[in-house]
Design a protein around this ligand. Structure first.
Ligand code: NAI
Ligand code: MG
Length: 361
C-alpha cells in the first residue's frame, strides 16, 4: 500500500528546507523503490495570508488522512501583530492537539564531524547521544483558564494554567520507559516537584509507571538542576522525560550541545505511532530567503518518519548514512561551518546528501 505524506512547508526557511527533504524522498522513490506519495498544504502564516486562518480545514483533513506529516516551520515577525487566536503558532498547536500527538521525541546527537562546532569542550560533548521525550499536548501551553484581564487595582494581568491528569502523565511515561529499554535503560524525569503541585503528581505517576519497567533505572531531577547538568555533564543522560514547557526549553538547550539547532530532528507521535515530523528549530526569519539554512534537521526528521511511522529502518539508516557521508566529505552550511570545510548553501547541502544516497545504491 502506497503511504501518503502530508507536506506542510510553512513560513520563513520552512519551504527552503522542506524542498531539500523532498529531494531526498524523490531519490528514495526513484532509486530505492520507496512507495510513498506526497501532497502539500498550507499552514501558519502562509495559510493565514491565503485563507485568513493559520489552520485551514483542508490542511487538517489532509493531515488526518495522511499516514504521516512532514512540517517545515511556522511564524515570523510579519504575523506578530496578529491576535493570538490567528497567530501562525496556532496552526502548529492545533495540529498537535487535533492529531493527539502527545509524545515528542527529540534526539540530541553530536556527530563526530561536528565536535568543533559545539561551544562546549570536546571531552564534555563528544559521543553525546541523548533522547528528550517531551509531553506535547498538555501542561501550561494548553491549560485553561488562560488569558489576560484587568484586576481590581486596574492593573493588567496575564495568566496560564499548568495542569496534567494522571492518564496524560502515564501514557508519556510508558513511551519514555519503552524507548529507554531499546537504549541504555536509563530515564531521568525532570520536574519542579518542590514548588509545583502539578509536577509533584508528575513525579508520583512516573514512579508508579517505572515499577512496570524494572530493567530501566529511573531518576528524578528538578528542572533548574537539569538545565545546569545538561551544560555541565550532558553525557550522564540517556532518556530525559519532561512536561511540555520544560521540554521545550531543555531540548533547545540540548540542541546547542550538538553544535547547531539546524541539526536536530523531532517526531511527535500519537498512540498508534502516526506522527508529525519536523526540525526543532523555527522559521529563522533572520536567514529566510537567503538559501543558507541547514536542511539536515528536516532531512533527519524524514528519517525518523520512516523509522517510527513506516517501520522502515532500512530507509531511515540510508538517509542517516548519507548525511554522515556529506559531513565526512566536508560539506557545511554556515551554522556548522568550521575552518577548512566546504561552506555550502541549503540546496547544495541537499544535493550532497542526495548524491551520497545514490552512491549507497
Ligand atoms: P528559530 O529556531 O527560528 O531561530 C533561532 C536561531 O537559529 C536563529 O538565529 C536562526 O537563524 C537559527 N536557525 C534556526 N534554524 C536554522 C537552520 N535550519 N539553519 C541555520 N540556522 C538556523 O527561533 P526564533 O528566532 O526564536 O523564532 C523565529 C520564528 O519561528 C518565530 O516566529 C517563532 O514563533 C517561530 N518558531 C516556530 C517553531 C516551529 O514552527 N516549530 C519553533 C520555534 C519558533
Ligand atoms: Mg522551542
Amino acid at each position: 500500500m502506497t503511504k501518503k505524506i502530508a507536506v506542510l512547508p510553512g513560513d520563513g526557511i520552512g519551504p527552503e528546507i522542506v524542498a531539500e527533504a523532498s529531494k531526498i524522498l524523490d531519490c528514495l522513490r526513484r532509486e530505492f523503490g520507496l512507495d510513498v506519495e506526497t501532497e502539500e498544504a498550507l499552514i501558519g502564516g502562509a495559510a493565514y495570508d491565503a485563507k485568513g486562518t493559520p489552520f485551514p480545514e483542508e490542511t487538517l483533513k489532509l493531515a488526518k488522512e495522511a499516514d504521516a506529516v512532514l512540517l517545515g516551520a511556522v511564524g515570523g515577525p510579519k504575523w506578530e501583530p496578529l491576535d493570538y487566536s490567528v497567530r501562525p503558532e496556532r496552526g502548529l498547536l492545533g495540529l498537535r492537539a487535533e492529531l493527539e500527538l502527545f509524545a515528542n521525541l527529540r534526539p540530541a546527537v553530536l556527530y563526530p564531524q561536528l565536535v568543533a562546532a559545539s561551544t562546549l569542550k570536546p571531552e564534555v560533548v563528544s559521543g553525546l547521544d541523548i533522547m528528550i521525550i517531551r509531553e506535547l499536548t498538555g501542561g501550561i501551553y494548553f491549560g485553561k483558564p488562560r488569558g489576560r484581564r484587568v484586576n481590581e487595582k486596574g492593573e493588567r494581568e496575564g495568566f496560564n494554567t499548568l495542569i496534567y491528569s494522571e492518564s496524560e502523565i502515564r501514557r508519556i511515561a510508558h513511551i519514555a520507559f519503552q524507548i529507554a529499554q531499546k537504549r541504555n535503560k536509563r530515564v531521568c524525569s525532570v520536574d519542579k516537584a518542590n514548588v509545583l503541585e502539578c509536577t509533584e503528581l508528575w513525579r508520583e505517576v512516573v514512579t508508579e509507571v517505572g515499577r512496570e519497567y524494572p530493567d530501566v533505572q529511573l531518576s528524578h531531577m528538578y528542572v533548574d538542576n537539569a538545565s545546569m547538568q545538561l551544560v555541565r555533564a550532558p553525557k550522564q543522560f540517556d532518556v530525559m522525560l519532561t512536561d511540555n514547557m520544560f521540554g521545550d526549553i531543555l531540548s533547545d538547550c540540548a540542541a546547542m550541545l550538538t553544535g547547531s539547532i539546524g541539526m536536530l530532528p523531532s517526531a511527535s507521535l500519537d498512540k498508534n505511532s502516526k506522527g508529525m515530523y519536523e526540525p526543532i528549530h523555527g522559521s529563522a526569519p533572520d536567514i529566510a530567503g537567503k538559501g543558507i539554512a541547514n536542511p539536515i534537521a528536516t532531512v533527519l526528521s524524514l528519517a525518523m518518519m520512516l523509522r517510527y511511522s513506516f517501520d522502515d529502518a532500512a530507509s531511515a539508516e540510508r538517509i542517516e548514512k548519507a548525511v554522515i557521508a556529506a559531513l565526512d566529505a566536508g560539506y557545511r552550511t554556515a551554522d556548522i561551518y568550521s575552518e577548512g570545510m566546504k561552506k555550502v548553501g541549503t540546496a547544495e547541502m541537499g544535493d550532497a546528501i542526495v548524491s551520497a544516497l545514490r552512491s549507497l545504491n
